[in-house]
Design a protein around this ligand. Sequence first.
Ligand code: C2O
Ligand code: CU
Ligand code: CU
Length: 455
Amino acid sequence: STADGFDRYELVQREVTAEILPGVPTGLWTYGGTFPGPTIESRRGRSVTVAHRNELPVPTVVHLHGGRTPADFDGYPTDLVLPAGWSGDHHMHDPQAMTTEVTREYTFPLDQRPTLLWYHDHRMDFTAPAIWRGLAGMHLVRDDAEESLGLPTGPRELPLMITDRAFAADGSLAYPALDPTLRERPGVREPYVAGVLGDVILVNGAPWPVHEVDAARYRLRILNASNARHYDLEAVLDDGHRLDLVQIGADQGLLHVPVTHQNLPIAPAERYDVIVDFARVPMGSRVRIVNRLGSGRARDVMAFHVVRKAVDESRVPDVLCSDLPEWQRSEAVRVRDFSFRAGQMGDGHGWLIGGKPFDPARTDVTTRLGDVEIWRLVADVHHPVHLHLVGFRVLSRGGGPPLPQDAGLKDTVSLRPGESAELITRFDGYRGRYLFHCHNAEHEDMGMMANLQIT
Ligand code: C2O
Ligand code: CU
Ligand code: CU
């Protein structure tokens, strides 16, 4: 941190060996030596510079997901941080790609609503394996207004990055779609076109953790950083009784009013800000966070053990904020349609937007800074669709009203199989080249991404 109004961090991207499963060494690619990377905390409107040095064996790209970031620092998929001494294929299909440095400084103005952002790799065709190996971290943005609400804080605020991983017998992370012996055998890779799943659930890099808590309210900042796995989370006691999940925030910050859920579906890249009150269960209770969509051991996520009586001065106000953008249909100057569907890419399977796979040399959408637009999306299978730079509101789903968990300002919307949805947003902030894509990381690598030019 420096005195003159901005914060500076240095992160070395490097390989480490860590013990994730007891007694077993696992090789990881990390930001700064840990998985997840260090959680960065920032103030709204205070610039942060993160200098990334690449000591990994491959080029990387850093993207701050949910960040309102100038295009030069948004982590375009061909805008590489090269490893020291790199002489391989630069993946430079793109004449516009700007820098190819060993160390790259990214500056984030963070002129945006407070929320949980996350940073992760975004290199073209290689995002999914890079995230899988560990290139992901969390970044909290805070401000005075949110801090004055009296929400649980300090040790009672927990950022929780949920990921699934598969391990080979030697402890290494198994990424089947990249195994060349699998790739060459026709049909074997096919099962992975839907996305790569693991059978071990990690929370903040630890398998099925148990966290001891006070009998008090906790604020859970939940992020699904899995490549492809969807969760439908619930908090259950051993007797089957469920604890309310009181949602106070979405991807892009606080809701207007809290929304109470019994279970909460979360797609890759989505975040939920949730209050759980452990004073409402008997002392000594175990509260398990369970994925209703999972089977076998992938059904369990983590557990809380209520071990201490405590004073709780936190509160959850009836009105959380009143600065949420409410764009009206009548404000939209354009309506666009996009399909998210499987299709042919080269001689293999691809995932396409509007029938086309990603091409960095093609501009798919051009809009003017400040324009309000409605986007109508339709999906064949599950696709979590993410827009860079802007947050949006979900206007409708399947022709009907949005779901309860669509409340607030989102940057990723979970399209369900066969479903359509309408989004509305204003493209403001910065001019330049941005992206929108499916955040199933394998779908993204297999083409389901497009360019958005703001002029
Ligand atoms: Cu979280 Cu374009 O990504
Ligand atoms: Cu993003
Ligand atoms: Cu997808």
